[in-house]
Ligand binder design. Structure first.
Ligand SMILES: NC(=O)c1ccc[n+]([C@@H]2O[C@H](COP(=O)([O-])OP(=O)(O)OC[C@H]3O[C@@H](n4cnc5c(N)ncnc54)[C@H](OP(=O)(O)O)[C@@H]3O)[C@@H](O)[C@H]2O)c1
Length: 266
């Protein structure tokens, strides 16, 4: 069975490609850096030739409102058209738990549009909604930072390791389409503000977290349960503290300039 991972060089894509190959699958890791572009269509027909399954784990290079909407709409339409022509039998896309509760953000409007296009297509599909990755917590903190303060709402939060996200997608890619949505999440629930405090403490980062019920999550107003899945979500195994212990010693990748760029583009 040939499986094509669009976005196969990204955080999730590269882990997914490795896991599928370990399980003996024939996998193509497709992305612009390997000559496959879901926006222009370049290389797509060749990459999809003979494929049974396509996994879309792309992300928009820009999160600016118009750009992110255009990215997910164009990319998803192109993928579904090329897949129909190639006879692909299972389209899988990675989305986000709570997407429909976060529509004040253009990013989540784009993800919902992506989901709607997939549901309306003729190709059997599985939409996987994941909670925030452990690896993404630092971006949330950086986005919410003013000076030395990090202002975050004390809402429920159930993040998961990128490794577990990739493992869950691999399992679904090797099974039958669910023609619906599956939620995946981490094994434990936290409060977002408290988790950020733990993350900063482990990295000896001096920033102070201020718990503020009116603070926004990535610019969006949230309620207690906006970010957590319903009952029945499939849970990863990796615990946040174990992951944090392993990664906290690694040097920080996001500079102050990177933080400003992320804010400007959101
Ligand atoms: N962050 C979270 O906590 C979270 C939670 C739930 C779901 N998600 C979803 O997970 C998905 C993957 O996230 P990620 O963090 O793994 O993304 P990422 O690391 O930013 O990787 C994005 C991938 O998309 C590829 N790409 C960009 N433009 C493309 C194009 N025109 N054609 C084909 N491929 C293109 C990139 O290729 P190059 O390397 O060649 O540029 C890269 O392989 C996203 O859709 C996101 O919404 C994220």
């Amino acid at each position: 069975m040939k499986i094509v991972v669009i976005g196969g060089t990204g955080l999730i894509g590269s882990k997914l490609v490795r896991k599928l190959r370990e399980r003996g699958q024939q996998v193509v890791a497709a992305s612009p850096s390997s000559g496959v572009n879901s926006i222009t269509g370049e290389g797509l027909a060749d990459a999809l030739n003979g494929a049974s399954v396509v996994v879309d784990v792309t992300n928009s290079p820009s999160w600016e409102d118009a750009a992110v909407l255009q990215f997910f709409e164009t990319s998803t339409r192109n993928l579904l058209n090329y897949e129909a022509a190639a006879g692909v039998r299972h389209h899988i896309a990675l989305s986000v738990v709570g997407t429909d509760r976060l529509l004040a953000s253009a990013f989540f409007r784009a993800k919902l549009l992506q989901e709607n296009l997939i549901q309306a297509s003729s190709i059997p599909y599985s939409i996987i909604r994941a909670t925030q990755f452990f690896e993404f917590v630092k971006s949330i903190i950086d986005f919410s930072t003013e000076g030395n303060n990090v202002r975050l709402p004390p809402v429920l939060f159930q993040p998961m390791a990128a490794d577990d996200v990739a493992g869950a997608i691999a399992g679904i890619a090797m099974g039958s389409p669910v023609n619906g949505t599956v939620e995946i999440a981490g094994p434990e629930q936290f409060h977002l503000d408290e988790l950020a405090r733990r993350d900063l403490a482990a990295r000896q980062d001096p920033r102070q977290v201020i718990s503020d019920p009116r603070a926004r999550y990535y610019g969006v107003e949230v309620t207690e349960r906006s970010l957590v899945p319903d009952d029945g979500a499939r849970l990863g195994e990796t615990r946040f503290e174990d992951w944090l212990r392993r990664t906290a010693q690694q040097p920080s990748k996001m500079s102050a300039a990177g933080t400003s760029a992320a804010k400007a583009s959101s």
